[in-house]
Design a protein around this ligand. Structure first.
Ligand code: B4P
Length: 202
């Protein structure tokens, strides 16, 4: 069973690469960003609270996102490993989660309750100039308020540097961290990620 954390600053390509990885490795996609946006679209109390923070480029409180992941793991508890030799692997891809060290600790605890653990964390490295360019471009069509202006994007990157970057050390200390250059063709980045995954499950 493959449990992958896809890591990186906002706009690094986590969501983009997840779309390909879930198909190739038969993974369940757990994106806290998507889960929060669906709460906002449904107009729930949680969504309204989250929107206020997301629109300012700030992280949503740990207990909110941990609760959402806990519920999703419970819903998918029958997910299991299958043959690695062919392609069908199975497991989870965590996209945009964990974003703080307490979230990483909580994820380890939750997975241990399901008798499984994180296989590896893949960090996509992209500089802030390129992140800003990508997010402003996406903002022209996505309708996402957090992609609309440069100050807000700068704040998201600052929030990442302050609160999220330390999560890399957490996985590095467990020998599970791999950094991949996130600049270049989407296809070649995907191939490099796959190469790392294939080596880790061989
Ligand atoms: P997310 O939805 O996770 O937003 P993101 O970081 O912007 O997405 P991502 O990084 O996946 O975008 P991608 O590069 O694929 O979070 C949004 C907000 O939700 C956060 O700011 C926070 O407030 C809140 N939140 C979410 N999870 C949380 C948590 N765990 N705790 C607390 N708060 C949380 O795409 C970017 C663009 O780049 C796309 O247009 C894509 O086409 C393009 N792109 C991708 N790869 C490219 C490449 N190689 N070359 C050129 N362009 C590329």
């Amino acid at each position: 069973m493959l449990n992958l954390v896809l890591f990186g600053p906002p706009g690094a390509g986590k969501g983009t690469q997840s779309e390909y990885l879930i198909k190739k490795y038969n993974l369940v996609h757990l994106s806290t960003g998507d889960l929060l946006r669906s709460q906002i679209a449904a107009g729930t109390e949680l969504g309204l609270r989250a929107k206020q923070l997301m629109d300012q480029g700030l992280l949503v409180p740990d207990e909110v996102v941990i609760g959402m992941i806990e519920a999703k793991l419970r819903e998918n508890q029958s997910i299991n490993a299958t043959s690695v030799g062919a392609t069908s692997v199975g497991g989870f891809i965590f996209d945009g989660f964990p974003r703080t060290v307490p979230q990483a600790v909580a994820l380890d605890e939750l997975l241990s309750q399901h008798n499984t653990k994180i296989t590896s964390m893949i960090a996509l490295a992209v500089d802030s100039e390129e992140l800003t360019r990508r997010l402003l471009q996406r903002g022209q069509t996505s309708g996402r308020p957090d992609d609309q202006n440069e100050d807000l994007i700068r704040r998201r990157v600052q929030e990442y540097n302050d609160k999220t970057a330390p999560v890399a050390d957490y996985y590095s200390q467990q020998g599970k961290f791999a950094a991949i250059d996130g600049i270049g063709e989407i296809d070649s980045i995907f191939k490099e990620i796959c190469q790392h995954i294939d080596e880790s499950i061989a």
